[in-house]
Every structure is written in C-alpha cells, then in structure tokens.
Design a protein around this ligand. Structure first.
Ligand code: GAP
Length: 464
C-alpha cells in the first residue's frame, strides 16, 4: 500500500494538485502548496461542505474571523497550557519526534496496532525503554527525557519582542466562533439550538513529518459550534444527529467508500482538554486508519472560560422564559486537506499493463477540478478546431472546462482520466455533418453521441 502513497504523491505533483512548499529552496518540512488542479479540488470540497452544513440549514450561520486574536483567548481556552504533545529528541542525530507516534509506528512496523495518544509521560517513557525503540532516523537508542511541547505558533506584533506584543496564530478556528457568540446573538437574536460555522486556516507547530498534507503546519479547517440548552435537548440526541450527518457528508457528498471508513471513540486519556466525549471518523489511508474528522461535546467549557476571563456576560437569555444560562456546544470538525487526499486515495484506479496502464481518479463529478474536457479529433484540421473551440467557449461559463489539442486523442483521454475529469467531448468529422459530438465517460470509457445543442442540458442533468 506504500505503493499507493508514492503513486498519489507523484500524480499530485506531476499534474498540479499538490507541490512541496518552498521547493526551490530545498523545501520547508510539513508545508505544501496547492497547484492549479489542487486549488480547484480544494475549493469544490470546501464549497460542498459550506453548502451541505451551512447554506442548506437555516439555523447555521457563517462567520469569518481573524487568524490573530488576543493572547487572552488562548489562555482562556486552555490552549497555552494544555495544547501540547509529548516529544523526545535523539541525542545522536538531533531529530525530534512525538513520543506517541514513535511508539505507534514501532508497533505498526511489528505488525501490531497500538494507540498511546494521551498516555502520560511516564507511561510513554516506560514503553520506549521496555521496547528499546531506536531512532527512526539514525537507528541509535539515545533519547533525551520526554517533555511537553506546545503546538501554538507564537509571533509578535510590531517591532518589540516583549511579552506584551506576543500573539499566537490560531491553533483552531473554533475560538473565533466563541468570542463572537455575543455579537451574533445581539445581531440576529437566534433561537437555540443554532450553529456558528466557519472555514479557514489554522496553524500548529507539528513536529512529526506528515504524509502529504495529512499533518501540516498550516491547514484548512471547516467546523461549526452547535449551541443548545442541555435542559431542553439531551446532548446525546444532538451528538447522534451530527454523527449521522457527518457520515452522510463523508459517504454521499465526499463520496468516500464506506469500507474505508470507521468511527472511533477517544479514550479518556487522549481526549482534548475541552471535551467530555469525542468520536473520530477515521479513513483508511495507505498508512492505516487515521483521523479524518472529529466530533466533540465541548459542554459549556469555552463560553464559561471566556466569560470568566473577559468579565463579559456571555449567557444566553431564553426569549420566552427569560432564563439566563451558558449554552452547551457540540462541535463537528473537518480537515479539508485530509479530505482532499482521502478523495484522491479513494478514487485512484488503474488497469492494464505497465507503460500501457490507464490511471483514473474516480471522484464525484461535483468535486472534480474540471467537469468536461473538449477536444478537436485532429489539431491540424481548422474546421474541427473552430467547432470544438466554439463548444468550449459556450460550456466554459457554465461548467469548469479544460481545452486540449496536444498529442493524439488517446493520450488526451488518459491525461483527463488521471486528473478525474468525468467527461470528454470530442469534435470529429461526423460533427461537421450532423452537429453531434462524442461524450466519453471517465469510469466506463463508453462513448455516446450527443447533439451540440443538448450538451449544456446533458451535463446539467448528470450533475444533478
Ligand atoms: N476545533 C476542534 C479541532 O480543531 P482537531 O481534531 O484538533 O479539532 C480538527 O482538528 C481536524 O483538523 C482533524 O479532524 C483533522 O482533519 C484536521 N487536522 C488537525 N491537525 C491537522 C494538521 N496538522 N494538518 C492537517 N489537518 C489537521
């Protein structure tokens, strides 16, 4: 399966989905850039998410809050003290690694699955010593003591590097929703339950080398806080409801294969400091089942702490009874970069012999970077090119289209298959006689003739 990882990494770079960050300077670990195809795929996933969880739900409102916030936000939320990993350094080669990942990888290599995320420093120490786990980089067994390493990125505002100018790049986007809770209640007077959603980047000082964009320093997150009155609605009901909706999104909208997905309940030790129940949807990446999304019951932890720290009353007033209380929160959280690579792994197909093999990305047409590619059968026949160009220019404003007149038609089909374009339209000599084109399907490679005048309707129906 490591093979699939290599294939997707190579395809992602070669075809313009994902590039290693700062590559011409030798790269910057755990950073990636999206290329022309990747940015379309990412945008389609983010838009589909927004449509499914925000636009289609009248009680969920969007926000777009700042990356930089008062450092007091992160003190109140517990991130300055509790948002850390246990790390260990190799004294020989100086590489730093997360102790839990070191142990889990060690057992994985022995063919055993072991979860130790959230274990205490002492427990991790004991396992490393008992197993005599060597450094994955140099092979020596010469570790420093384990210590906690905070994940928040610190930076400074202005020219003075003093404690007063210290700020953090947001470690999660959720806090923007909590600190604006009162603003939204004042602006819209929403009735409980209601949600605040946003999509944006978050930053974490991750030290474990990620696999593609699985674990990066900067990543795209989409999540919402669903506020409710726990005396009116049992949290278990909402948890179940959002669990079901998350599954719906993952299998129906993102289109991931159910057999590559599972739910996993967090243990008490690994659960984040703010949650009393967390369940993850895990995806079967080529390196095993790992977190794709999380669902947490954050109780009133965040609003309560912000109210205490800021001194501002963040209670909600029930519009009928006048009761004042701090609402509780259920939080479904979705990594968009992890979604994107999951879509690529899940959709990867190949058939045929080496050098002659056909590779295609069987991804949902809604998410595909291009919906349609348009070609003239031969690039040196002016009337075919003109006709094809007209079709391209008519479809382009309605659907995202690709134009290709290089090489032979077979190569063009294969090139579109590899980037997941669901349909290819070819203008051939018959087109000049009867105003029809061939439409080829990416997954079946079957072709059918469609009248040019019907093309826009034909694709609209397919995309419904
Ligand atoms: N507000 C809750 C929260 O941030 P999280 O489980 O820490 O929860 C949410 O992160 C999601 O963000 C994860 O389920 C995962 O998909 C994604 N994620 C977390 N850390 C990431 C990283 N370093 N790189 C890429 N994606 C990451």
């Amino acid at each position: 399966m490591a093979d699939l990882m290599d294939k997707i990494t190579s395809l992602a770079k070669r075809r313009g989905f994902i590039y290693p960050g700062s590559e011409i300077y030798g790269g910057l670990a755990n950073t990636y850039d999206y290329g022309p195809l990747g940015v379309e795929l990412l945008r389609n996933i983010k838009n589909a998410w927004w449509d499914f969880f925000v636009s289609q739900r009248p009680e969920i409102y969007g926000l777009d809050t700042n990356i930089l916030m008062s450092p007091k936000v992160w003190e109140a939320s517990g991130h300055t003290t509790s948002f850390s990993d246990v790390v260990v350094d190799c004294k020989s080669c100086k590489i730093r690694t997360r102790a839990d990942h070191l142990i889990e990888d060690h057992f994985h290599n022995k063919g055993e699955e072991k979860k130790v995320e959230g274990a205490t420093t002492d427990e991790l120490n004991q396992i490393i010593a008992f197993e005599k786990i060597p450094c994955p980089n140099c092979g020596n067994f010469d570790w420093t003591k384990l210590r906690k390493f905070n994940l928040l990125f610190a930076t400074h505002i202005g020219i003075l590097e003093d404690a007063k100018s210290l700020v953090y790049l947001r470690g999660e986007i959720a806090q923007g929703m909590f600190v604006n809770f009162k603003n939204v209640v004042n602006s819209l007077s929403p009735k409980l339950p209601f949600g605040l959603a946003q999509s944006g980047v978050a930053f974490r000082n991750e030290i474990t080398l990620g696999k593609l964009t699985f674990r990066t320093l900067q990543f795209n997150l989409s999540e919402f806080e669903y506020f409710f009155d726990p005396q009116v609605t049992p949290w278990e009901d909402l948890f179940r409801q959002w669990k079901q909706q998350m599954w719906q999104w993952t299998t129906k909208i993102l289109g991931l294969n159910e057999s590559n997905l599972r739910w996993r309940l967090h243990t008490d030790e690994e659960r984040s400091h703010y949650s009393i129940r967390t369940e993850d949807i895990e995806y079967k990446y080529p390196w095993g089942f790992k977190e794709l999304y999380g669902l947490a019951y954050r109780t009133d932890f965040d609003l309560k702490n912000h109210m205490n720290k800021s001194g501002i009353d963040l209670r909600y007033t029930d519009q009928i009874s006048g009761k004042k209380f701090i609402p509780h929160v259920i939080e479904p959280s979705f990594g968009m970069d992890r979604s994107l690579i999951a879509v690529m792994f899940d959709g990867y197909r190949e058939e045929g012999e080496k050098n002659k093999s056909r590779v295609w990305l069987s991804i949902s047409p809604h998410l595909a970077p291009y919906k349609v590619a348009v070609f003239p059968l031969l690039a040196n026949k002016a009337d075919l090119v003109t006709k094809a160009r007209n079709i391209f220019e008519t479809l382009q404003p309605i659907l995202s289209c690709s134009w290709d007149d290089r090489g032979n038609i077979g190569k063009r089909y294969y090139a579109q298959d590899e980037i997941g374009t669901p349909w290819c339209v070819t203008v051939d000599f018959e087109t000049l006689e009867n105003e029809t084109v061939t439409v080829r399907d990416r997954d079946t490679t079957k072709q059918e003739r469609v009248a040019i005048a019907q093309l826009a309707d034909y694709f609209e129906k397919k995309l419904k």
